[in-house]
Design a binder for this molecule. Structure first.
Ligand SMILES: Nc1ncnc2c1ncn2[C@@H]1O[C@H](COP(=O)(O)OP(=O)(O)O)[C@@H](O)[C@H]1O
Ligand SMILES: [Mg+2]
Length: 478
């Protein structure tokens, strides 16, 4: 490996290769085609990223002048924008001393900056299939000189219906290229694609069977829970002893939005992440999550696919995942890179059969999910939730309430709650009827500072049930 790549990685504390990297590097560095299979979070990005960087010719190298100037030397195709951005940032990190120009392209944003960058000249392009094809068709992207092509998370591309696009792209690249395909699983369509477009690929698997594909460091809990009780349960889990960053997966975009809104209303720092959000908003949510400015990301599968965030302590499946593969992928978001994590899956009564199929496929020991309520003893015990914890840390919004001492075993050190309390205190001192701020606010009751619990519960229930009967989002959501 080039010392300049080693040095750059070492600065990011990456010093010993992970299994898949150790197995692929020597082969890939020779230019051999390869198929790399390893579960999520095992370091596949650098397994292809390092060879791509090392085999590309940098502007400072003597041979650079002989290349078609400014045309990409390598192309990496990823299924989603988030994943493409993540690959680029890993490449930027590892290649920071090499001086190669990496461009990320994806749909949903304007063409101009991408076209401008392509006109200036790039060395490596990372992108999602649709936009790559668009740019080729506009004749601003020329991939006929790439020496390396990587298909990252190939099984996700299959799920999203991108395989025809991938084939179109493959046909636009030289036959002599090196092709690397990475995937967590190997469905037959991917095997067929590889057979068609790769030359004697070397098969590299970092583990022996799909049954073991779940991250071993993840503790799994399967709860049969009632839909209306789920936000309350999550609110309590959020205050568990070792709750760090938490990703909640929902089935639909609307559900993601609704659950995120609910958690915010309960005083938690939460944000949705789904395909109806503008690209900037999605990136902002991810950045804030990475930087610990928010604790909970409520995401649809597609929007969260492949994203790698360090320090995710919990993954919560708001509803039973579609199948075993989705389950494995989702819980792979926690316990990544050897850190331990917790996966909680809510199974609705109607989804029991679906869960049993997953359980069987993965040979898990949770055939009978335990009936669980926010008040259940075992929930507190399993999750290390301090006794007496409630699923909210802020008073319900329009309700005025007298200041209260924090409970004994809770930290009481929660900024959103304190802020609310401060405001409440100022307002009630005059004993006046004051309308609460914010959208949908209604005048709160007089100076008594308390509203019957029932009224706020009804309000929440009404909002939740408005989403009942929604249909799952189409697979290719983003
Ligand atoms: N050799 C290594 N040492 C330490 N951390 C690594 C190493 N290789 C990768 N990582 C980190 O592990 C995480 C998961 O890697 P990633 O390539 O996203 O996994 P995958 O693509 O297999 O899901 C990333 O945060 C990455 O920076
Ligand atoms: Mg990956």
């Amino acid at each position: 490996m080039l010392p300049e790549i080693c040095d750059a990685l070492e600065r990011a504390d990456i010093t010993t290769p992970f299994a898949i990297q150790e197995m692929t590097l020597s082969v890939a560095l020779m230019g051999t085609d390869l198929i790399g299979q390893a579960r999520t979070g095992t370091g596949k990005t650098l397994a292809f990223g390092i060879p791509v960087l090392q085999r590309s010719i940098a502007p400072k190298d003597a041979d650079y002048a002989e290349l078609p100037q400014g045309k990409p030397q390598a192309l990496i195709v990823a299924p989603t924008r988030e994943l493409a951005l993540q690959v680029s940032s890993d490449l930027a990190l590892a290649g920071s001393d090499r001086g190669l120009r990496v461009l990320t392209v994806y749909g949903g944003v304007g063409y101009e900056p991408q076209i401008e960058a392509l006109e200036t000249g790039v060395d490596i392009v990372v992108g999602t299939p649709g936009r790559l094809i668009d740019l080729c068709n506009r004749r601003v992207l020329d991939i006929s000189h790439v020496h390396a092509l990587v298909l990252d998370e190939a099984d996700e591309m299959l799920d999203l219906g991108f395989l025809p696009d991938v084939e179109t792209l493959l046909r636009k690249t030289p036959e002599t290229r090196q092709t690397m395909l990475f995937s967590a699983t190997m469905p037959s369509a991917i095997v067929a694609l590889a057979r068609m477009h790769m030359r004697h690929p070397m098969n590299i698997r970092a583990e022996s069977s799909y049954e073991n594909a779940t991250v071993p460091a993840t503790a799994q809990f399967i709860y049969q829970a009632h839909d209306l009780d789920k936000p309350e349960i999550i609110g309590r889990v959020l205050q568990a002893e070792d709750a760090g960053k938490i990703i909640v997966f929902t089935r639909t975009k609307r559900q993601a939005q609704r659950v995120a809104d609910d958690l915010v209303e309960r005083g938690f720092k939460a944000s949705p992440l789904h395909g109806d959000m503008a690209q900037v908003a999605r990136e902002k949510a991810l950045t804030r999550f990475r930087e610990d400015k928010i604790q909970v990301l409520v995401a649809t599968d597609v929007a969260a696919r492949g994203i790698d965030v360090r320090g995710v302590s919990h993954v919560i499946n708001y509803t039973c995942p579609e199948d075993d593969k989705t389950y494995v992928h989702r819980i792979g978001r926690t316990g990544r890179a050897g850190a331990s994590g917790i996966a909680i899956t809510f199974v609705d009564w109607a989804d029991l059969h679906r869960w049993k199929l997953i359980n069987k496929a993965l040979d898990l020991p949770f055939d009978e999910p335990i009936e669980t309520y926010s008040t259940s003893e075992h929930l507190f015990h399993d999750q290390g939730i301090p006794p007496g914890t409630k699923g909210r840390v802020a008073d319900p919004k329009p309700v005025e309430r007298a200041p209260r001492e924090p409970r004994g075993d809770r930290s009481g050190d929660r900024p959103p709650r304190n802020r609310n309390r401060q405001r409440t205190r100022t307002r009630t001192r005059n004993g006046e009827t004051v309308a609460a701020e914010g959208a949908g606010a209604t005048p709160a009751g007089g100076g008594d500072g308390e509203k019957p619990a029932g009224s706020s519960r009804n309000r929440r229930r009404r909002r939740r049930s408005s989403g009942a009967g929604e249909r799952p989002a189409p697979a290719a959501e983003s």
